[in-house]
Design a protein around this ligand. Structure first.
Ligand code: SAM
Ligand code: SF4
Length: 342
């Protein structure tokens, strides 16, 4: 196996001595779904002229790779609705070929996956996350407002046929999928998929009571699962925030992403780039850094590298999300999850 080249610059280390080697890139704020916890029904999207071009995104992401980023996750909005996005995946594939990047991954709603699975695999994508909160077609239509379950299931099948490992991400939603978690574990076992549950986060403007009404703490989900399944601790790590358990009966894993009940900020290794070139050092804080300006100011990457390093120096210790005492605290009102991606 080829030895990975050292980054061409010193690695990115934040004020809390965390090495930042994971970049998530939201390549579009648009989406073909309107999930109830993520977007409002009548979203206003950015004018297309405000988006970085795919060539600019290539240059930006390549700068992060130069500075030691080893893992790149492409997200959105729905990344597969951005025109010509496969060109961008192919371009990022060159960093896998050189060994500079360890992993290129994708988070998708799966609606367009059947069409793109072969090209993704050819670009070097080996693992993808597909978001799916229910296996009931009628409920799926309700939670996504616009989505079709069939298309997503076809997409998952196509990705598996291309040899990609598929992980399902399900937001745990009170009074919505709480009766279904056992069926989802059984289905994931049969389909050879890992499954991760996520706590709903207060991103984007929403009535406080509506948000609290959605919230189902994963401590309760785990307790419910343990009534029917044998969950054993697993040391499995993917570089992301999930904590995994093995499900003895299915041989697959179940993951828990618990920003509310168990804050995992101390091990945070990531930053997030939007499709307009804003860098968010924390999903749950408003501070951002404009990378578009230094990107466009010079053809050399020097200004950009300096701007990235300056931004990393401002990475905060963590988010302040909190729903205890039956109120929503620490919410990020102005930014929907689709801006910075999951
Ligand atoms: N459209 C793609 C998808 O749905 O996978 C990628 C972007 S989406 C914003 C990424 C992930 O964020 C999805 O798994 C989605 O369920 C999750 N998500 C969206 N809003 C959320 C919220 N308020 N709290 C927790 N997770 C959320
Ligand atoms: Fe779109 Fe993903 Fe948000 Fe659903 S969660 S509206 S699929 S961006």
């Amino acid at each position: 196996m080829m030895d990975a080249p050292a980054p061409t610059q010193a690695p990115l280390i934040d004020p809390f001595a965390r090495t930042i080697d994971y970049l998530r890139v939201s390549v579009t704020d648009r989406c073909d779904f309107r999930c109830v916890y993520c977007m409002s029904e009548h979203m206003t999207f950015l004018p297309k002229k405000d988006l970085l071009t795919l060539e600019e995104l290539d240059r930006l992401c390549s700068s992060f790779v130069d500075l030691g980023v080893k893992k790149l996750r492409i997200t959105g909005g729905e990344p597969l609705v951005r025109r010509n996005i496969m060109w961008f995946f192919e371009r990022m594939g060159r960093h896998l070929d050189s060994g500079a990047l360890d992993e290129l991954t994708l988070t998708t709603n799966g609606s367009q996956l059947a069409k793109h699975a072969a090209a993704l695999a050819a670009a070097g994508v080996k693992r993808i996350n597909v978001s799916l909160d229910t296996l009931d077609a009628e409920k799926f239509g309700r939670v996504t407002r616009w989505g079709k379950l069939d298309a997503v299931l076809r997409g998952i099948e196509a990705a598996k046929n291309e040899g990609m490992a598929v992980k399902i991400n399900a937001v745990a939603i009170k009074d919505f999928n709480d009766k279904e978690v056992h069926e989802m574990i059984a289905w994931a076992g049969r389909e050879d998929l890992d499954l991760t549950f996520i706590e709903v986060m207060p991103m984007g403007e929403m009535e406080e009571q509506e948000r609290l009404g959605q919230y189902w703490p994963l401590t309760e989900v785990q307790k419910e699962l343990e009534t029917q399944w044998t969950l054993q601790p697993s040391g499995h790590k993917t570089g992301g925030p999930a904590r995994y358990m093995n499900v003895a009966e299915t041989g697959k894993r179940v993951g828990f992403i618990t920003p509310l009940t168990h804050n995992f900020c101390e091990s945070c290794n990531r930053v997030r780039l939007t499709c307009t070139g804003m860098l968010y050092m924390c999903l749950g804080q408003d501070d951002d850094a404009d990378l578009r300006q230094p990107l466009r100011a010079s053809e050399s990457d020097e200004l950009l590298h300096t701007a990235i390093r300056e931004a990393i120096k401002r990475k905060p210790k963590g988010h302040d999300f909190d729903y205890s005492r039956q109120t929503v605290k620490g919410e990020v009102k102005k930014r929907f999850m689709s801006t910075t991606g999951g």
